[in-house]
Design a binder for this molecule. Structure first.
Ligand code: SF4
Length: 406
C-alpha cells in the first residue's frame, strides 16, 4: 500500500477521478509531448458524466493555449470505466526553436483514472508491508502500538506535517463554506445550504452536534461542487465526511490538532485498505466506494478519538460500510451535487453512530473488515453500469430518459 500522501490530496473539485486524475494525466502527457494541438477521447464514465463533472473544462485549461478537440465516446467499452486517450503531433522544434510541421511525430497514450486522483501510471511505493487489516492488527498488537503509531512507523515522522497541512485545508474549506451563500454552477441551479444550517437557531430539532457536523459536511461538499479547494478523503465527492467529524471533535469535544492528525492517520490506513484491495471509484463500484469508504474511515477515526480499542475501531469501520453496501452512484445531470452533497452529511452522522455503537463491547464482529472490503468490491463490480457514475439510473434517470445504457 502506498503513502497516505496519495490518499489525501489537496486539489480542486468537483471530482477526483474526473478532474484531479484526468488533470494529472493530461499534464503528464503535455509535459512529455509539447504540441499546438491535442485530441482527447473520453470513454465510459468520463464520457457519460464528463461535462457535469467539469472534465472538459479542466482538460482545456491545462492544454491552453494549444487547441484541443474533446470526443465523448459513450459507445466503446474499455477495461476501466474511467479511460482516456490523448494524442497529438509532437513537435521537436525547428532550428530557431519554432515548431515545425516537418518534424511532427504522431503520438498517443491511454490513461486510466483510478479514483481519488490516482492514475494507472503512478508507481507503487509500497510504503506499507501489510495488505490486510488482520495483518496490521496482528503487527500492532505484537509491537504494542496503536494505528496512528503504525502509520508514523512506516511513513516516517514527515507524514505528520503533511497531515497537518491537509487538516488546515479541511478546516479552512469548511469554515469558509459555512459563511458562503449563492447558487452552485450547473443547470440544477442548486442553492448553497451550509450557511443556513450553521446559523440555524436550535429549538430542539437539531442538536448542536448534528447542526455543526451537517453544516461542515454539506459546506465542504458545496465548495467541492463549486470547484473549490478541498482534500480528497478518499475522493472529492466524499470530501465532507471526515472533516465534519474532525471539526466537531475540535470544537465540541476539545480535541487538539495533534489528536485530529492521529485520527486522520487512522482514517487514512482504513481508506488505503479499500483503495488497494477494492476501489474508491464511483465509476468502478458505485457510491459505496466513495461515500461508503469515507463513512468507514470516519467511523474508525471517531472511535479512535473516543479512545476505543483496535477491535472497536475495526467494528466501527465495519458497521459504517456494512450499511452502505450497494449504494449507487447516480448524480443528477452528472453534477456532483444531488445526491452527493447531502450524502456527505448523512454519512458523517452514520459514522458517528457506528463509532458510538462500537463502545458496547470489545468483541470482534462476525464479518471482519477485510471480508467487508471484499464484499464491497464484488457488489460494486456486479452493479449495472447505470449505477456507476454514468448518470443513467437511479435519481439521475428522473431527469434524463435518453440514456443508451438502459
Ligand atoms: S453519487 Fe457518490 S460516487 Fe457518485 S458522484 Fe456523487 S458522491 Fe461521487
Amino acid at each position: 500500500m502506498n503513502s497516505l500522501r496519495e490518499l489525501y490530496r489537496i486539489g480542486y473539485g468537483p471530482s477526483s477521478s474526473h478532474t484531479l486524475g484526468v488533470g494529472r494525466a493530461v499534464s503528464l502527457f503535455k509535459t512529455k509531448n509539447p504540441s499546438n494541438e491535442y485530441k482527447v477521447v473520453l470513454f465510459g464514465s468520463l464520457a457519460a458524466t464528463g461535462v457535469g463533472h467539469g472534465t472538459d473544462r479542466i482538460i482545456k485549461e491545462i492544454l491552453a493555449p494549444a487547441k484541443c478537440e474533446i470526443i465523448f465516446d459513450t459507445e466503446t467499452e474499455k477495461e476501466h470505466p474511467n479511460t482516456l486517450t490523448i494524442s497529438c503531433c509532437r513537435y521537436s522544434g525547428g532550428e530557431d526553436g519554432a515548431d515545425s510541421q516537418d518534424s511532427c511525430d504522431f503520438t498517443s497514450e491511454t490513461f486510466e483514472s483510478l479514483g481519488g486522483g490516482a492514475i494507472n501510471t503512478d508507481i507503487e511505493t509500497a510504503t506499507y508491508p501489510h495488505k490486510s487489516f488482520e495483518e496490521i492488527k496482528n503487527f500492532c498488537e505484537e509491537k504494542k502500538i496503536n494505528l496512528a503509531e503504525y502509520v508514523y512507523l512506516h511513513e516516517g515522522e514527515g507524514i505528520r506535517e503533511y497531515l497537518r497541512e491537509c487538516l488546515a485545508q479541511m478546516q479552512e474549506t469548511a469554515r469558509k463554506a459555512v459563511r458562503t451563500e449563492g447558487i452552485l454552477p450547473g443547470k440544477l441551479k442548486l442553492e448553497r445550504r451550509a450557511k443556513s444550517i450553521f446559523d440555524f437557531k436550535d429549538n430542539g430539532i437539531l442538536t448542536d452536534e448534528h447542526r455543526l457536523m451537517s453544516a461542515y459536511a454539506i459546506g465542504t461538499a458545496e465548495e467541492n461542487a463549486d470547484g473549490g479547494k478541498i482534500v480528497t478523503a478518499p475522493t472529492c465527492g466524499s470530501c465532507g465526511v471526515l472533516p465534519s467529524v474532525l471539526l466537531l471533535a475540535s470544537e465540541e469535544w476539545g480535541k487538539t490538532d495533534d489528536e485530529l492528525i492521529n485520527a486522520m492517520a487512522v482514517a487514512g490506513i482504513i481508506g488505503n485498505l479499500y483503495k488497494f484491495n477494492a476501489s474508491i471509484s464511483g465509476a468502478e463500484c458505485g457510491c459505496q466506494a466513495e461515500i461508503g469508504v469515507a463513512c468507514s474511515m470516519t467511523a474508525g477515526a471517531a472511535a479512535f478519538l473516543m479512545g476505543f480499542s483496535l477491535t472497536q475501531i475495526e467494528n466501527a469501520a465495519c458497521m459504517a460500510m456494512e450499511h452502505f453496501l450497494g449504494l449507487t452512484c447516480d448524480p443528477v445531470y452528472g453534477l456532483v451535487q444531488i445526491p452527493c452533497i447531502e450524502r456527505n452529511a448523512s454519512a458523517a452522522a452514520r459514522a458517528l453512530c457506528a463509532a458510538r455503537l462500537s463502545a458496547i463491547n470489545d468483541k470482534p464482529r462476525r464479518i471482519p473488515l477485510d471480508n467487508l472490503i471484499e464484499v464491497m468490491y464484488k457488489t460494486g463490480l456486479d452493479m449495472h453500469q447505470c449505477y456507476r457514475e454514468t448518470s443513467c439510473g437511479g435519481l439521475a434517470a428522473q431527469f434524463c430518459s435518453t440514456c443508451k445504457l438502459h
